[in-house]
Design a protein. Structure first.
Lengths: 474, 401
């Protein structure tokens, strides 16, 4: 973007020239600018200028919301000279040549409610009643079961690909439980649990993974790339972090409509390196959009550990850099995640602001079925996290202490869950695949002539060479 | 092919002036007459050997659009405006009509847009509905997609089309795909628009022809406007469409003046525009090259040729119906574009016409494009990278031999 400064120099007092060197003033029209609308200092110290004439070749000052008159003289005649109202706000001066440290003295503390044995560490959490708690546990177990069996199915060659959420069951279920069905979810790909919580059935999951006619995505996406408009869960795209600006845009539409809902978007530690993350964070802050930005910091982006991904103290510190409130939580603690999301949601909606949540956790499984993480990290490490920090086990211990769950219930639940998942897979496996027609529908609202021609041509080819297309469905 | 002698008398056109920035020349002011040109462009002359229809004498090198003339002379007089104002008018009418329509882009709010297409809209509709974005094309295009998926109808403005290269990921992988990959559950009624094409010494980075790069993306539609009339009509159609539409404007055409109807009208996104019916050669073009072609047409008419000029307008998909009918009539095709030779709209159009209408062609299709070079800054060099009327005249003469 080019900056065109007017050349019709109307030279005004010294402070104007000083300001113009900051690129904020159009010299030629400042005269008219000052006479009609003097440069103003807003209440919070931001400088604002009314837009002068409509000459597109001049760089025009931006005008923000409210415009309150204040003392112009304070810019140049401040006897104190200890502060200056720069563009962007008042800043105090310091005589010390001192750089900000690259890291805080201590890492930002991590909010935790339950310890590994399921004991409560604090009373500062959002209470949940027995029904919700038990349901949460059941869904966490179901998610674990789904992940285990679908992973096995891929290994057996029954589906081509799968992504598990091992180790992140608390993040999935607890965050989903803290939201309302009206909130829009923009997932990355490790959030199938959120969809399960919202009522997406096992059969629907299986249908999508097998890409059969029951798949509501009509066989168009890879397994685990779920999407359901009914459940306000936006279709997973393989591209990293592209969902973050989508979420901000959706929050913008909620804000326009003044609805009592927010959006939430999930992304990993790797996703925070992308340009989309940066710009979406920035934009959410500027726009004051009601969006919860949930980072699942599980330590690994395929084989890249976080130490190679960024050098900041995780993700939570970045919130302040953008002007966004943030919190770091123990991602393996269902109660902590629930409390954080519940509170963040209230903030996002009532104050119309974005909130950043960094959930520290560990990716207990491989990146996907195309990955073998034992190649780049020690098996002992994986095993330790799976056992000692298992979010499902921890929550169960707490439930048992409440008297809301028992060993027998657990065995029964797991047996039932396994059977349900196996059934769903068997049904999905046998179902028909979508027909040829579905290659060409939904590219546009109505297939245009070129697509209609291409479909006709493909049908003719298949019909002519039926032997070469034995599995073909019409 | 016999030459037909025509008398070019005070050509009628809907355009009254073309102002380029720092223009070294401008086309002469043209007066409106009340002659109506038939769409079949019938010609007559005693020297016409091949065609003896003995119909009306074609007195104009440039045909007026049938509807335009009817609208202007028989019903209301219409109103005159510049192309960027026509775009704004279309935009404003749609924003008035549907509260879900919103605009986002850099400097579109209080500044009114770098080409003033959104001037005044922020004052009228507020700075949330006409939203200024930070400099992050990929992200605000992504924002637009997210907003579109949740019920809004955003219009994303790229300050220059070239900047949308930064948004390619979102446009290709999400905008074009999400309707399909979601099984039709989420639609993306977004309009992505902005000025592109070669301007006046704006340098290579600001002279991109993005239609070349975007044309392959499945799921999107592309249209290019060239007159105030079709600019407004296409803008409205794009906003109303449930598909993602990319609307290409041209940096040098924003100050074109034309009289357009007062009544509301919406054009079809998939139709080409018959600019000048003829019978010797089908000249296919779009955007700014339309004017170079029409200038060449004036010369050609004086030399006795009768070119049929079609502004294809719809870049994806092509209006093969209109184009096909023309090819069947003239049997010669010349494509004039601003894209580069490799991989441009002309390349695709050539392939498409060859595929569908090969039997009707008496000669290979000729395509005049810019060279495969970044656009140089120096004025003369820049001029030589853009197809000029003289080249078009020469090409037609050669084609019609």
């Amino acid at each position: 973007m080019a900056l065109y400064l007017s050349k019709s120099g109307k030279f005004l007092p010294h402070f104007i020239t000083k300001m113009s060197s900051l690129g904020m003033i159009n010299l030629s029209s400042l005269g008219s600018c000052l006479s009609q609308n003097p440069p103003l200092l807003t209440e919070d110290g931001r400088t604002s200028y009314a837009a002068p004439g409509n000459d597109p070749t001049h760089f025009v000052c931006r005008r923000f919301g409210s415009v309150k008159a204040d003392k112009l003289a304070s810019i140049s005649t401040n006897a104190d000279s200890q502060l200056l109202n720069f563009p962007g706000g008042v800043v105090k001066f310091t005589p010390e040549l001192k750089f900000l440290s690259d890291a805080p003295e201590e890492r930002i503390h991590c909010y935790r409610v339950l310890d590994e044995s399921g004991h409560l560490l604090t009373s500062d959490f959002v209470e949940i009643d027995k029904d919700i708690a038990v349901r949460m546990y059941k869904e966490m177990v179901m998610l674990q079961t789904v992940d285990t069996i679908f992973y096995e199915a891929q290994r057996q060659g029954r589906i081509s690909f799968y992504v598990t959420a091992m180790g992140e069951e608390a993040i999935n279920i607890a965050s989903a439980a803290a939201l309302s069905m009206d909130d829009f979810v923009f997932p990355q790909y490790r959030e199938a649990g959120v969809l399960l919580w919202r009522g997406f059935g096992l059969q629907d999951l299986a249908n999508q993974c097998f890409g059969n006619i029951g798949d509501n995505c009509k066989g168009r996406q890879m397994p685990a790339h779920y999407g359901s408009k009914k459940h306000n869960y936006f279709t997973v795209a393989s591209t990293v972090a592209t969902q973050i600006p989508h979420a901000v845009g959706a929050a913008y539409s909620l804000k326009m409509e003044g609805r009592d809902a927010c959006t939430i978007t999930y992304f990993g530690d790797g996703g925070t390196s992308t340009g989309d993350f940066h710009a979406a964070m920035n934009f959410a802050a500027v726009l004051e959009a009601p969006v919860i930005l949930f980072c699942r910091n599980n330590g690994w982006a395929i084989s890249t550990p976080v130490s190679d991904q960024f050098r900041s103290d995780g993700i939570v510190v970045r919130g302040q850099a953008y002007g966004i409130r943030g919190i770091r939580v123990d991602g393996n603690d269902a109660l902590a995640v629930f409390s954080a999301v519940h509170t963040a949601r209230k903030m996002a909606i009532s104050e119309s602001r974005p909130v950043l949540i960094e959930a520290l956790t560990y990716r207990a499984g491989h990146h996907s079925t195309s990955d073998d993480s034992s190649k780049y990290r020690p098996i002992e490490e994986i095993e330790w996290w799976r056992a000692a920090q298992d979010p499902v086990g921890r929550f169960r211990k707490w439930l048992e202490m409440q008297g809301w769950w028992s060993c027998e219930s657990d065995t029964e639940l797991r047996g039932w869950a396994r059977q349900e998942v196996l059934n769903a897979i068997q049904v999905a496996e046998k179902a028909e695949k979508p027909g040829l027609r579905e290659i060409f529908t939904d590219v546009y609202d109505v297939p245009p002539s070129n697509l209609r021609d291409q479909e006709k041509s493909l049908r003719q080819t298949v019909q002519r060479h039926q032997r070469d297309y034995p599995h073909f469905q019409f | 092919m016999a030459a037909t002698i025509l008398h070019g008398v005070g050509a009628t056109t809907a355009l009254s002036s073309i102002n380029y920035n720092n223009s070294r020349r401008s086309l002469p002011e043209r007066k409106r007459t009340s002659l109506v040109i038939q769409c079949d462009g019938s010609l007559s002359s005693g020297l016409n050997i091949s065609n003896n229809r003995g119909a009306k004498l074609s007195t104009n090198a440039v045909a007026t659009k049938q509807e335009n003339v009817t609208a202007s002379t028989t019903s209301k007089p219409g109103h005159e405006l510049l192309l960027f104002e026509a775009l704004r008018e279309g935009l404003e009418e749609e924003m008035e009509r549907d509260p879900h329509v919103c605009v986002m882009g850099e400097d579109v709010g209080h500044y009114g847009g770098s080409y003033k297409v959104t001037k005044g809209l922020a004052d009228k509709y507020g700075d949330l509905r006409v939203l200024d974005t930070p400099i992050a094309e990929n992200s605000f295009t992504g924002m637009g997609i997210g907003a579109a998926m949740t019920g809004l109808r955003p219009i994303v403005e790229g300050m220059n089309m070239g900047f949308l290269l930064l948004a390619f990921n979102q446009i290709s992988n999400n905008c074009g795909m999400l309707h399909y990959t979601s099984g039709g559950q989420f639609k993306i009624p977004i309009v992505i628009r902005g000025p592109g094409g070669v301007g006046r010494q704006l340098g290579a980075e600001h002279s991109q022809r993005l239609e070349s790069y975007f044309q392959s993306i499945p799921g999107i539609q592309m249209v290019a406007c060239s007159t105030p009339y079709n600019a407004k009509g296409l803008m409205k159609a794009a906003i109303r469409s449930d598909n993602p539409v990319i609307l290409f404007e041209h940096v040098l055409l924003y100050n074109l003046k034309e009289r357009i109807p007062d009544e509301e009208y919406v054009l079809s996104l998939e139709e080409a525009e018959m600019v000048r019916p003829g019978k010797h050669v089908t000249v296919l073009t779009y955007s700014r090259m339309r004017y170079h072609v029409m200038q060449a047409a004036k010369t050609l008419v004086n030399k006795g040729y009768d070119p049929e000029v079609i502004d294809i307008r719809s870049l994806k998909p092509f209006d093969l119906h209109t184009i096909g009918n023309s090819v069947k009539k003239t049997h010669h095709v010349l494509i004039v574009e601003e894209c580069m030779r490799t991989g441009g709209i002309g390349a695709s159009l050539t392939a498409s016409i060859n595929e569908h209408f090969h039997d009707y062609l008496d000669a290979p299709i000729v395509c005049l494009s810019s060279q495969d070079v970044p656009t140089p800054y120096a004025g003369a060099l820049e001029e030589w990278t853009v197809v000029q009327p003289a080249q078009i005249v020469a090409a037609v003469e050669q084609l019609c031999q």
